[in-house]
Design a protein around this ligand. Structure first.
Ligand SMILES: Cc1cc2nc3c(=O)[nH]c(=O)nc-3n(C[C@H](O)[C@H](O)[C@H](O)COP(=O)(O)OP(=O)(O)OC[C@H]3O[C@@H](n4cnc5c(N)ncnc54)[C@H](O)[C@@H]3O)c2cc1C
Length: 385
C-alpha cells in the first residue's frame, strides 16, 4: 500500500492526538480537527492511571493490548517529553489496596497474586498486616484489617500527555484546527474529504477518534458505532498530609480511589454508572457524586474530612459493551478507520492505539496486538443502514 499523504483525524482527545503523533513519526502530516479543543473531553480529566494488569477485560481479552501499550508508553515517554517540551508527570507508582472485610481480603490477595506472577520486571507486590499498614501509613483508617502494596503501575497527567502528543505532532508538521466535523465526502469505497462547519478538508485517509461522540459518525459510514458515554466525576482535594502516600483503594468501595498527585493535590474518584441517567451533555458536577466520593474516602482516610475541595470535574468515558476498543477500518470505506471505545483504559491504551492506526494507514497492517478490536465483532448485533 502507498503511504497516505493526507490524513484527517476527527477528535483531539488522546486517541486522535496519539495517532497524529505516531503518523508524524512515520513522516505523515495529519490534520486533526476538534470542535472543543485539545483534550477537552475525558482525555483532559481522567485519573491518568496506567494499570495493565486489572480492569474490564483484564486479565482476559484486553490483557495483551494493555501490556503492549503500557510498555510502549514507557519506551516513548522520554523522547515524547523532549520532542514536545511538556512534562506530563509520567512515573511508576505504588498502589495500596486495603481490606475492611474478608471479602475485600479475597480481592487484595488476588491482586497480590496477579502482581507477583506478572513476568514484567516492573511489577511486584507484598502483603501487609494491619500493624504494618498503621506503622507505614498512620492516616489509614485503623479498622483496616490488612492490605497489599502493589508496585509497577504507571501514571501521568492525561491532559498534559494528550497535549504532548499534539505538540510533538505539530512540531513534526501536523495541523491541529478548531472545527466541527459534520459529514464526509465519499467516492465509491473511499472517503475523499471531511465536511466541517466551515469547509471541506480533502483526505486520502480518515480516522474517527470522537470518543463518546463517535456514535454521531454512524450515519456517515453506514454502520452503527456502538459506543456509549459513561459519566465520571472526580474531586480534587488539597490535603498535604497525604502527599507521600501511594494510590489507595478498597475493593468494596469502588468509585473512591485516592490518587496523590505530584503537584500536591489529592484526586479522588471516579464515579460511574449511578449517573448514567443524566443527559450526556451535562457537564455539571453534582452534589450526589461529591457526597458519594467523600463518604467512601472517609472510610479509607478519616482525616480527609479536614481537606479542602479544590475542583470537581466531569467527563465521559467512551464505552463498548465488551469494554474493548474499536480499532481499524470500517466495512464500506477501506480508508476510513475507527479509534474509539477506550472505556476506562483509554489513556493507557493510547500509545497502542496511535501506533496501530499509524501502521494501518501507512502499511495496511500492524504488529500491535489489536486482534479483538475490529468493528466486525458487533456487526451481527447492529443495524446496517
Ligand atoms: C473520570 C474518568 C477517569 C478516567 N481515568 C482513567 C485512567 O485512570 N486511566 C485510563 O487509561 N483511562 C481513564 N479514563 C478513560 C479515558 O479518559 C478515556 O478512555 C480517553 O480519554 C478517551 O479518549 P478519546 O480520545 O477516545 O476521547 P475524548 O477524550 O473524549 O476525545 C474525543 C474528542 O473528539 C471531539 N469531537 C467529538 N465529535 C467531534 C466532531 N464532530 N468534530 C470535531 N471534534 C469532535 C471531542 O471534542 C473530543 O475532544 C477515565 C475517564 C473518566 C471519565
Amino acid at each position: 500500500m502507498n503511504k497516505a499523504t493526507q490524513t484527517v483525524i476527527i477528535g483531539a482527545g488522546i486517541a486522535g492526538c496519539a495517532t497524529a503523533y505516531f503518523l508524524a513519526k512515520q513522516g505523515i502530516k495529519s490534520t486533526v480537527i476538534d470542535n472543543n479543543g485539545i483534550a477537552s473531553g475525558a482525555s483532559g480529566y481522567s485519573a491518568g492511571g496506567l494499570n495493565p494488569l486489572v480492569g474490564h477485560g483484564i486479565p482476559g481479552k484486553l490483557s495483551e493490548l494493555a501490556m503492549y501499550s503500557y510498555q510502549k508508553h514507557l519506551s516513548i515517554w522520554d523522547d515524547l517529553q523532549q520532542e514536545s517540551g511538556i512534562d506530563f508527570d509520567g512515573r511508576i507508582i505504588d498502589l495500596l489496596q486495603v481490606s475492611l472485610t474478608d471479602t475485600d481480603t479475597n480481592q487484595t490477595l488476588r491482586t497480590l497474586d496477579i502482581f507477583q506472577s506478572t513476568a514484567h520486571p516492573n511489577f511486584s507486590a507484598e502483603p501487609l498486616t494491619q500493624a504494618q499498614i498503621q506503622s507505614r501509613y498512620p492516616l489509614i483508617n485503623p479498622s483496616v484489617i490488612s492490605g497489599v502494596l502493589a508496585s509497577g503501575n504507571a501514571a501521568c497527567d492525561s491532559y498534559k500527555l494528550t497535549l504532548a502528543f499534539a505538540t510533538a505532532a505539530e512540531k513534526m508538521g501536523a495541523l491541529i484546527t478548531s472545527d466541527e466535523a459534520v459529514g464526509l465526502v465519499t467516492k465509491g469505497e473511499s472517503v475523499t474529504g471531511v465536511k466541517t462547519r466551515t469547509s471541506i478538508i480533502p483526505c486520502d485517509s480518515l480516522v474517527i477518534a470522537m470518543g463518546p461522540w463517535s456514535v454521531n459518525a454512524s450515519e456517515w459510514i453506514n454502520i452503527s458505532i456502538p459506543v456509549t458515554p459513561l459519566k465520571g466525576q472526580i474531586i480534587r482535594l488539597n490535603y498535604p498530609a497525604l502527599d507521600t502516600y501511594p494510590d489507595i483503594e478498597i475493593p468494596s468501595l469502588p468509585e473512591a480511589s485516592i490518587h496523590p498527585k505530584p503537584d500536591g493535590q489529592i484526586w479522588c474518584g471516579a464515579t460511574k454508572m449511578e449517573e448514567m441517567a443524566e443527559p450526556f451533555t451535562s457537564k455539571q458536577p453534582t452534589d450526589l457524586a461529591r457526597n458519594t466520593i467523600m463518604g467512601k474516602i472517609l472510610q479509607i482516610v478519616p482525616s480527609l474530612e479536614q481537606s479542602e475541595l479544590v475542583l470537581q470535574t466531569v467527563c465521559f468515558r467512551p464505552v463498548t459493551e465488551d469494554w474493548l476498543p474499536i480499532l481499524g477500518s470500517v466495512p464500506d470505506y477501506s480508508n476510513c478507520y475507527l479509534a474509539t471505545g477506550g472505556g476506562e483504559k483509554g489513556v493507557m491504551l493510547s500509545s497502542a492505539i496511535g501506533e496501530a492506526l499509524a501502521d494501518l494507514i501507512t502499511t495496511g497492517s500492524t504488529n500491535v496486538p489489536i486482534a479483538n478490536t475490529s468493528i466486525q465483532r458487533f456487526i451481527k448485533n447492529i443495524s446496517i443502514k
